[in-house]
Design a protein around this ligand. Sequence first.
Ligand code: SF4
Ligand code: SF4
Length: 701
Amino acid sequence: MGPVYMTLLFFGTLGFFAWSAARRWRQLTVGVPEPRFTLADGELMGRIRDTVVYAFGQLKMPKYRLAGVAHIMIFVGFQVLTIRSLMLAARGYDPYFDFWGILGQESLLGQLYGFAKDTVIAMVLAGVGAFVYLRAVVKSQRMTLSTEGLVILGIIGTMMIADAVYDGAWFVLQSRVTGEPLHLHAEWLGSSLSFLFQGLDESLLTVMAHAGFWVHIALVLIFLNILPFSKHFHIITAIPNVFVRDRTPRGALPNVEDLEGKVERDEPIGISKVTDLSWAQILDLYTCTECGRCSDNCPAYTTDKKLSPKHLTLALRDNLYDAEAALTGEEPFEWANANPPIGEKEEIHTFPKPPADAYFRAEQGIELIPGIINPDVIWGCTTCGACEEQCPVMISYVDKIVGMRRDQVMMQGEMPAELQRPFMGMETNGNPWNQSAMDRGNWADGEEIPLIADHPDAAVLYWVGCAASYDMRAQKTAKSMAKLLKKAEVDFAILGSEETCTGDPARRAGNEYLFQMLAEQNVETMNGYGVGKKTIVTTCPHCFNTLANEYPDFGGKFDVVHHTEFLNGLIARGKLVPEKSVQAKVAFHDSCYLGRYNNVYESPREVLSSIPGVELVEVENANRSKGLCCGAGGAQMWMEEQNENRVNKKRTLQLLDTGADTVASGCPFCMTMLTDGLKAYEKEEEIAQLDVVELLSQSVL
Ligand code: SF4
Ligand code: SF4
């Protein structure tokens, strides 16, 4: 088809692509090192499995049906058509190239491939049509409705049509050369077109074959060169990004090693600039498809806060690209002098939300907050993990947001003023309510619950947590739990005043120093009692998550279960028998730290279902992994919400819509937020708000 032209095309386009890719590689290396490859404990197999399931299997895609199916069709098409593009590239040198007969029309494999190729061409065209519909007709607000998206769809569609036209014209030309009649064969699309083209004269057919060929091959190479400069870069980076995803327990935030040493040496802690991101976090930025699923499910974004995870990712990515020369050392610059105040910057990403004063652009590598990102953005996050649950390419957010909070709190001394009190409370009294540490076990007075100091051989440590120790409403949960444990003859004890806050709110609010202090204290206490050989039961999912997933970094390797799992086990073993009927229509609210972070969805439901008289109902399309946060996580419990559109009210409304007369939860913070939500709708008399353990005790005790 033209070896000279093909060679020139290759040199030009692949040379430019190599230059662009090298730039992106250099930008990746401005990030800090982060080990993502250890070969311990089946790590490699786990990564391969994740890649097969999430990248090649597109597991998360169907969560949005039309867009998901359309994407799968295009993705599968691209895999199959890569071979076709290679074959056409080689036909630039040998017009009959068919991989040495392996994919020739006479071979079975060639026929199978031909059929698959034409089928995926049709699938890709259908997928392109669906995306054009979503972008141009539906104007799906979660997507970035840029012209670029439509241009890319146009390129993909044209590539497909060009391929089919090339085949159709080529088949007619071949039949005229060989004298064999046209017939329908495995390449059904091209051979169907050949019947349409059979009356055309030879010169026109030759033009069509050449045009189809060159348009296809040129667009493939042009498309390749657009990728590094567009959101479609994910076509290259998504599979590696899934492969290197963070495989530490989902509920564990990245640990800051040698924190005391860093503080003493005055070394930076947290994420202040885009260069403080790790290379893997920068790869996240390259990989964002701008699909908006994260923001569409974000409790902050959907209640009109400044935080939108998608736009946060884009703001970081833009800063990385905009400040390329400075970041890669091509231009000298001073970090400290490069931070214009809010208001003097170009506003970006305002369609359709978030507010115009949330994200900004600057052509320098400046401090992210407030240079690129309004502080309200990071302080609006509940760390609920809904964004990460939805992201089809496994982009992480909570680590970045908490990283920025760490910088703000520990390096800049900047934070919402309301956090001062819980920080002080945790530091001086071991609880964010700042009540006396000595009163921690008062809730158990008269309940005849042994302290571990008096009963060190107890098989189970009931970890009560700050809420159930100090909050009068949550104390009822603790009392119900203790009564059920006794009824089941569980050999348990509590730490009493030796227990202190796990540090979850401190860590998620960015006060890593305070968290580590509390973690070390608790680990020392529990290891002193040999808790590593016992089972810890918690009534708080935040305590559960921190003890199970974060304390191992501090020498605390414990067997931790949430009370709903423990109670479910007692019921299964016949130790607890729910006998009395409890007439209630119950909607269960999934706590983020129980469900999304620790995959405990069924135990609370099984406990509730075991109670005679209970009718369990679900929030439609917002239960289990899609459940909406109550609004308390990530230390939001102690912060003022940024606007009147409350997360807890939104969630309460969803629960009320089920028609339930009882809202059940398994978290003291969710309970507080939902109780407030019910009060806001003046439903607190009508609708009961109970922990799962309270409902069970009504049936058992
Ligand atoms: S963790 Fe939750 S609140 Fe934070 S950005 Fe993600 S979805 Fe939004
Ligand atoms: S971060 Fe993930 S979910 Fe959010 S827009 Fe990007 S690809 Fe979509």
